[in-house]
Design a protein around this ligand. Sequence first.
Ligand SMILES: NC(=O)c1ccc[n+]([C@@H]2O[C@H](COP(=O)([O-])OP(=O)(O)OC[C@H]3O[C@@H](n4cnc5c(N)ncnc54)[C@H](OP(=O)(O)O)[C@@H]3O)[C@@H](O)[C@H]2O)c1
Length: 318
Amino acid sequence: MFSKTSKIFVAGHRGLLGSAIMRRLESDGYGNIITRGRDELDLTDAASVDAFFKAERPEFVFLAAGRTGGIIANIAYPSSFLHENISIQDNIFEAAERHGVERLIFYGSSCMYPKSSPQPIPEDSLLTGPVEKTSEPYAVAKIAGVVACRSYNNQYKSRRFISLVPNSIYGQNDNFNLESSHVMAGLIRRFHEAKAEGASEIRLWGTGRPRREFLYADDAASASVFAMLNADMLENTHYNIGTGEDHSIADIASIIARIVGYDGVIVWNASKPDGALRKVLDSGRFSSIGWKPLVSLHDGIRTTYEWFLTSEYAKAHI
Ligand SMILES: NC(=O)c1ccc[n+]([C@@H]2O[C@H](COP(=O)([O-])OP(=O)(O)OC[C@H]3O[C@@H](n4cnc5c(N)ncnc54)[C@H](OP(=O)(O)O)[C@@H]3O)[C@@H](O)[C@H]2O)c1
């Protein structure tokens, strides 16, 4: 049973989601957490991962390590996105099964669902059609992970593996590098810089009309701990986790502009592609068990921006 004395491995503990899980576990009084930085344990190395699980025997695992990034990074490094994610998850799944992990949470992604999925996207849309081409390698790795969780459970007649599928996560420790960031962090940095430079206008990609759902990292962490605590109520399938609310990119941009204090003009470059018009998850199956997100979009963006101002980037540039 998941308890305050359980031995817990948080893989990817310095990342956006992993660091939120660490904050949550520590504030809830979980005292037996093990972590390894990439410099100490390369999770793409099967032998090292097996030796680590054999020596440490974690009972619960949050698998928040992986190769992540926005469209530009997905297009530039498709084989790395496929290879690194597949290797990391495959190595950890095998080691977890072999060395008796009690429960493990794997994270899928909304981009693993077909482009033509109904909106909000139900879990059952998986593998019913082609996914978005630009993130296909990443999506295929995520689909493999979800199918692997189900398959291990079936083959070994257990419920060891849990798959959660968050929509776009944002928060502290997000990646603010414009080459590899996701939408939210990229916008926060662009608005911050526009304000710092006193720019009278900011030019943004697309029309601003596409609608997206964002999940604050600490809410994703609370869903993860909730899933561990209520694992017996979960079926052998993947569960969407999101707010159920979508917002246009133009609205998100306005909220960020207000929080950052940028009062120039926002110009939309409609010659750039918009991507899918709407992407929101149907998280009803998971919320019916009793979980709900707590952080509003405004508060989440404000807290993220406050953190950004104290980050290494800000220290170097402000
Ligand atoms: N962010 C989202 O919007 C989102 C949405 C849905 C699902 N997810 C999934 O959630 C998980 C966490 O995402 P995230 O956004 O928190 O990612 P992130 O901020 O990029 O963090 C990833 C973490 O993985 C670690 N890592 C990567 N490769 C490694 C390796 N070979 N060996 C050891 N550690 C390695 C990184 O370590 P370093 O710090 O050393 O680089 C980092 O701590 C991923 O599986 C992602 O696909 C994310």
